[in-house]
Design a protein around this ligand. Sequence first.
Ligand code: ATP
Length: 295
Amino acid sequence: MMQLFIPLNFLGFVYREIRGALANIERMFSLLDKVPAIQDIPSASNVTPTQGELAFNHICFNYDERSILKDVSFSIPAGQKVAVVGESGAGKSTLIKLLFRFYDVDSGLITIDGHDIKQLTQQALRQSIAIVPQDTVLFNDTIYNNILYGQPTATDEALKEAVHLANLTDFIESLPQKWQTKVGERGLKLSGGEKQRVSIARAILKATPILVFDEATSSLDSQSEQAILSALKVAAKGHTSLVVAHRLSTIVDADKIVVLSEGRIAEQGTHKALLSQNGVYAKLWRIQNEQTITH
Ligand code: ATP
């Protein structure tokens, strides 16, 4: 099962990429061309980082000829929470893909605990990061096995604790066969919010120093949203977290907010500091608040 973890985690990403790219067959081929290109260097270290201090230093990245990220630099001290925001297409998800080394940066350096991620094996790198993606991949298996997939060697006790912290216990108890209920492709379908909480439970079980949360673009009902946010708070406690946010209300408590615009950092600072700066972030904040009031 452990050997399956990385490829399956990876496939989830590739699946979403391909689905998004299907409208453009050329883009799909360029993606398939690029994916296997990442290789571990012969001297790569297999030691998984434990502190979770994360830094993006002068990152530049192009998809084919198109420049996507331009000289992006920011860091997250161990245990802190940084949110990345910006318009659709600004390059937020690309940052996550570079962190996972689904692609390599064209220039610049991404480091974890001071080590260039290219100096780590991909296995060691991915063992140090848990991701709660926009779209959780569920396997055609029981809910129990779907959560255990976060850490296949976990005890029953640890699994139940993770489920409790992820606000999923009542949901699982309400299922027809409880823990043995089949979910996924041919089983019971879970809502977007329930699936994200399955991901959070997996992330809690995996207990990595770094947690990445890719917030879903479409908003959930506010009860579901609150259940996710409180579960995430628990999961992120004592971990470094990188949040790609679409709804600014979910990240006002971040230690730092990085505002991306057309692949560059337009601003960075706390919610309060950015509001008083009255720039790009303050404008996004006003727009979202107006939308909330009119809906
Ligand atoms: P959103 O908020 O809509 O999720 P984002 O800020 O996460 O957007 P990215 O997904 O990082 O944006 O995309 C940045 C740019 O890169 C976009 O213009 C997108 O069309 C382009 N892009 C993304 N994936 C690929 C790919 N595999 N090949 C070519 N271009 C891509």
